[in-house]
Design a protein around this ligand. Structure first.
Ligand SMILES: *Cc1c(COP(=O)(O)O)cnc(C)c1O
Length: 455
């Protein structure tokens, strides 16, 4: 995506501030920043052609900014790497009408896992024929919403749910059985869902998956169309996906032997890793496409099964690096050991550092900064000592109250994980494209917070 004049800008900035730390050099790591990012004047950055200082002035801080071009490019890259394969965007990573419209226009399918997420999809008339409904807990309201909108597939996750869905469905409801293939994605345990001892799915090894298949087949109102697995999030090892695919095809063969049915669909889930910082492992989409398709084809031919229609479900890989968050520095505190740079957001807009120990790049924008950098801890405004956005990151020695900080790779699992802790309103979501900014989700106000509180 880099053209010659970007390169010139990069050189100019690097020459201006040659001694700054890694994060302050001219490079804007392409896997981490949105594709449209450019250097502006006086230390500003442009996203979708709009200066970040202008976005902060117009929409306030903290503010989530999404680059529409990056989201669309990611959709197209998936479609071109995996022709003929259904790409279902995992809506939980960032649910909003604006984003779901782009997803619908790009021809992707959609995963939802609650009546609320489905309500957003429904409000923009996202085609029900392209919706899958997930989740280890689906309440009666969730199941009724799914049936009411006519979602194409419900991915069943427990024996109770099979009974409940069977009782509620009026017409044959397409169902996938969520299987736990026993594959370790080598990821954080809070997001490892392929291993056996966790709450999702029916384990293969114990026979639970085969039992679930039998129970679905016994429900006249359910139509078993295939199997699903999702081995976790932030998985970069293609070999883990390959192994899961092999085990799933082997299980399809077993289902054929035991029940005499050939399942037409196989959903291999998402969890494709994205780098948050320079040097983090990234996901090799072409390698994945090549190796996983080869594994499925090989296993199918060795079991003499027809190749099923495949679905994959990337969430983070579609929206993660499309987003940044802008914060304003409110105070800089020089402690006995560390310098704390405190901003106007924190764990209410980004709980990932406290949930998973996630680490981020932080970049100051909007003026010319000192040539020397110092290691600081960027903290939030909330009443928890663990409310840390970035630990031990280099910032200019003259960083001060009023400065603007941009944190990249906040498009996924930021707004969707946001809370109102300390009665702080959730930030707005603004999209940028071709020099124009659009407010997709407005900032939550005190009136919003009070509206639910009936005292
Ligand atoms: C969360 C989830 C995904 C997407 O995970 P990413 O890490 O965002 O790609 C896909 N499928 C299922 C079932 C999920 O729960």
């Amino acid at each position: 995506m880099r053209s010659d004049d970007d390169w010139e800008d990069t050189m100019t900035l690097a020459e201006l501030i040659p001694t700054l730390g890694e994060s302050l050099r001219g490079q804007l790591e392409p896997g981490i920043w949105p594709r449209s990012v450019r250097h502006g004047v006086d230390g500003d950055l442009l996203l979708g052609g709009v200066p970040l200082t202008q976005l902060a002035a117009r929409f306030g801080t903290p503010c989530h900014v999404l680059d529409e071009m990056t989201v669309r490019l990611h959709c197209r890259e998936y479609a071109s790497a995996l022709p003929g394969i259904e790409i279902a965007y995992a809506g939980k990573s960032m649910t909003g009408r604006g984003v779901l419209r782009w997803i619908a226009e790009e021809g992707l399918s959609l995963d939802v896992c609650s009546a609320g997420e489905l309500a957003v999809a429904r409000s923009i008339a996202f085609p029900a024929s392209r919706i899958l409904f997930h989740g280890n807990v689906k309440t009666p309201e969730d199941l009724k919403a799914a049936i009411g909108y006519g979602v194409d597939r419900v991915v069943v996750d427990s024996l109770d749910e099979i009974e409940q869905l069977g009782a509620l469905a009026r017409y044959p409801q397409n169902v996938l059985v969520r299987v736990t293939p026993g594959v370790d994605g080598h990821t954080h345990k809070a997001v490892a869902t392929g291993v056996e001892d966790q709450k999702f799915g029916f384990p293969l090894a114990s026979g639970a998956a085969m039992e679930a298949v039998g129970r679905v087949l016994a429900q006249p109102s359910l139509r078993l169309v295939g199997l699903h697995c999702h081995i976790g999030s932030q998985v970069s090892r293609v070999a883990s996906f390959e192994e899961a695919a092999r085990r799933m095809v082997a299980f399809m063969a077993l289902v054929q032997v035991q029940h005499g049915i050939t399942l037409p669909q196989l959903d291999l889930g998402g969890g494709h890793a994205v780098p948050y910082r320079c040097g983090d492992p990234s996901f090799d989409l072409r390698g994945y496409a090549d190796r996983v398709l080869r594994a499925v084809n090989y296993e199918c031919s060795s079991y003499r099964l027809p190749v099923p229609r495949l679905t994959i479900e990337p969430g983070r890989a579609i929206v993660g690096s499309a987003g940044i968050t802008l914060y304003r520095v409110v105070t800089v505190k020089h402690g006995s050991k560390r310098t704390f740079v405190a901003v106007d957001g924190g764990m209410s807009d980004n709980p990932r550092p406290s949930l998973y120990g996630a680490r981020y790049t932080v970049r100051p924008v909007g003026r010319r900064f000192s040539h020397t950098s110092t290691a600081v801890t960027v903290v939030g405004r909330h009443c928890e000592a663990g409310d840390i956005l970035a630990e031990d990151v280099p910032l200019p020695a003259d960083i001060r109250a009023g400065d603007l900080l941009a944190v990249p790779c906040t498009g996924a699992y930021h707004h969707s994980l946001a809370s109102n802790y300390n009665m702080v309103g959730r930030p707005p979501v603004v999209s940028v494209l071709d020099g124009a900014a659009r407010l997709l989700i407005r900032r939550e106000t005190e009136d919003d917070l009070l509206a639910r509180d009936l005292g």
